[in-house]
Design a protein around this ligand. Structure first.
Ligand SMILES: Nc1ncnc2c1ncn2[C@@H]1O[C@H](COP(=O)(O)OP(=O)(O)O)[C@@H](O)[C@H]1O
Ligand SMILES: [Mg+2]
Length: 245
């Protein structure tokens, strides 16, 4: 049992960018919310933000806010948003921005006071640099939340997933499982069929679920009810709520 002040939640990372972190994070948040959990969402650092009403905002943050149906301001959900679609360390240098990890800690603490369970989405993969002196793995350590690794289901995923899991473990990050997500349309073959078992064996982690490709998951504001049902039915999430108690 952890102390009362220890935040409860999950940190969603992935084997790549565009792998489905936002869809899985939003889907889990929607499923928790539908189950009556006061869930909050956070995208601490985003890059490739879009111009909206004269400022740069993160589409991931908009997706997560809509999925979890929270009132929190976008600035809280996503305190740092960079314009260039690059690794944050590189985008920040080009834009003359500084990435203050204590600012992220402060915002996370505020969100933890408002919500009983936090779903936090990383940026890129676990080894992506966010500053000259820090990777996503270093940022993940500060949240003290167990990780979910989102990976693709097809050929090549064993290598990417094992590398991600072993890298995370080298930073003493706890991982609760893997979600396989098909962010691209494709036919299901022998690799998709056999990968889950082989991944469990090599990564020593459970496959929490497989999310199929579905066009309704595209776009910034999918219906939260659909998200919660679709993701909720494909991921074994019930053990995750209170997972680090
Ligand atoms: N299961 C899925 N079915 C259909 N489209 C998906 C699925 N998962 C992700 N996508 C789409 O793929 C793209 C990348 O997904 P996203 O969750 O944004 O990845 P990440 O957060 O890892 O960069 C988005 O356009 C998203 O709508
Ligand atoms: Mg994302």
């Amino acid at each position: 049992m952890t102390s009362h002040s220890t935040p409860t939640g999950i940190f969603i990372t992935g084997t790549d960018t565009e792998i489905g972190k936002t869809v899985v994070a939003g889907g889990l948040a929607a499923a928790f919310k539908a189950a009556g959990v006061n869930v909050g969402v956070m995208k601490p650092i985003a890059s490739g933000g879009i111009e909206h009403k004269g400022r740069i905002v993160s589409e991931d943050a908009i997706f997560l806010k809509n999925a979890a149906q929270v009132d929190d301001a976008l600035d809280l959900i996503n305190p740092i948003c960079l314009r260039h679609p690059l690794a944050p360390s590189v985008a920040a240098e080009i834009e003359g921005a500084s990435i203050d990890l204590r600012q992220i800690d402060d915002v996370f603490a505020q969100l933890c006071q408002r919500h009983e369970f936090m779903v936090v989405e990383g940026v890129g993969g676990i080894a992506v640099p966010i500053r000259d002196d820090a990777l996503v793995a270093n940022m993940a350590q500060r949240f003290q939340l167990p990780l979910i690794v989102v990976a693709r289901p097809n050929l090549g995923t064993i290598n990417h997933t094992v590398l991600t899991v072993e890298f995370a473990r080298s930073y003493n990050l706890e991982i609760c499982g893997i979600v396989l997500n098909a962010s691209q349309e494709g036919s299901k073959g022998l690799a998709e069929e056999t990968n889950p078992k082989e991944l469990e064996r090599l990564a020593h982690l459970p496959i929490l679920g497989t999310v199929l490709f579905d066009e309704r998951l595209q776009g910034n504001t999918p219906d939260p009810d659909f998200l919660s049902q679709f993701i909720g039915n494909h991921i074994d999430w019930k053990g995750l709520v209170g997972a680090n108690d």
